[in-house]
Ligand binder design. Structure first.
Ligand code: ADP
Ligand code: MG
Length: 213
C-alpha cells in the first residue's frame, strides 16, 4: 500500500479488521513481523516517529490542567519554556479552550477533551497525524469541531490518516480510502470511487451495512 502526501486518507473496515493494528504499525508503536514501512523512502525509526502524532478514540489526558497537558507534551519534544508558553496559548485558542487553561483536563466534556487531545497533537507540528476513531463517541457538534481542526491541519500541510466508521465523515474529509478486512488491505482507491463503486464484495457489504464475511 502506498499513501500519498497532501490529502487526508481514511482507513475503514469492520470491527477486528486490523485498522488499529495498521495505524500502530505505521506509527512504529508495534514492529512488523514481515514487510516494511517506509516514509518518503526511509525506514520508520524513532526519529521519524517523533515527527508524527497520534490521537486515540478515548481522550488520553494527564491529571493536570488543560494548559499543563499541552505544555507537558511540548516539553517531551524538547520545546524550551518561553516557546512552550506561546505554543500553549496558540493551541488552546485553536481548540477554543482558552477559558479552561487552568481547569483540570478531566473536568472537560468528552468533546472538549478530544479537542484538547487533537490540539495538543497539532501543537507538536507533526508531519503526519494519525487518528483512531477520534469522533466515534462524540455528538455531531463536537464531531464537526474536530473535523474543522483536521481540515485546518491539512491546509497547513500535515498528512492526516484517520480510522473512521463514519461514512459521511470519510466522504467529507478523505481523498482516498484504504479498506481493511481480515488483516489485509482489500482495496485502496479514491474516496469517490470507493463510495460509488467499491471493487470488493467486502467493501460493498460494509457500505450497505450488511454482514461482512
Ligand atoms: N500486536 C498485535 N499483533 C497481532 N495481532 C494483534 C495485535 N494487536 C491486536 N491484534 C489482533 O488483530 C486483530 C485486529 O485488531 P484491531 O486492529 O484492533 O481491529 P480494528 O479494525 O477493530 O481496529 C484483532 O483480532 C486483535 O486481537
Ligand atoms: Mg480499532
Amino acid at each position: 500500500m502506498t499513501i500519498d502526501s497532501g490529502h487526508m486518507t481514511a482507513i475503514m473496515g469492520p470491527n477486528g479488521a486490523g485498522k488499529s493494528v495498521l495505524l500502530r504499525l505505521l506509527h512504529g508503536l508495534i514492529a512488523p513481523t514481515e514487510g516494511e514501512i517506509l516514509w518518503a523512502g526511509r525506514t520508520l525509526d524513532r526519529q521519524l516517529a517523533r515527527r508524527q502524532a497520534m490521537v486515540f478514540q478515548r481522550p488520553v489526558l494527564l491529571r493536570r490542567s488543560v494548559a499543563a497537558n499541552v505544555s507537558h507534551a511540548l516539553g517531551l519534544r524538547g520545546i524550551v519554556r518561553p516557546e512552550r508558553a506561546i505554543r500553549v496559548d496558540e493551541t488552546l485558542k485553536l481548540a477554543g479552550l482558552e477559558a479552561y487553561a487552568s481547569t483540570p483536563a478531566r473536568v472537560l466534556s468528552g468533546g472538549e477533551q478530544q479537542r484538547l487531545c487533537l490540539a495538543r497533537a497539532l501543537s507538536l507540528e507533526p508531519d503526519v497525524l494519525f487518528l483512531d476513531e477520534p469522533t466515534s463517541s462524540l455528538d455531531p457538534t463536537s464531531t464537526l469541531a474536530i473535523e474543522r481542526l483536521l481540515l485546518g491541519a491539512q491546509r497547513r500541510g500535515i498528512k492526516v490518516i484517520l480510522v473512521t466508521h463514519d461514512i459521511g465523515q470519510a466522504r467529507r474529509l478523505a481523498r482516498d480510502v484504504v479498506f481493511v478486512h481480515h488483516g489485509r488491505v482489500i482495496e485502496h482507491q479514491d474516496s469517490e470511487g470507493f463510495f460509488e463503486q467499491p471493487k470488493s464484495d467486502g467493501a460493498r457489504a460494509f457500505l450497505n451495512g450488511g454482514i461482512v464475511l
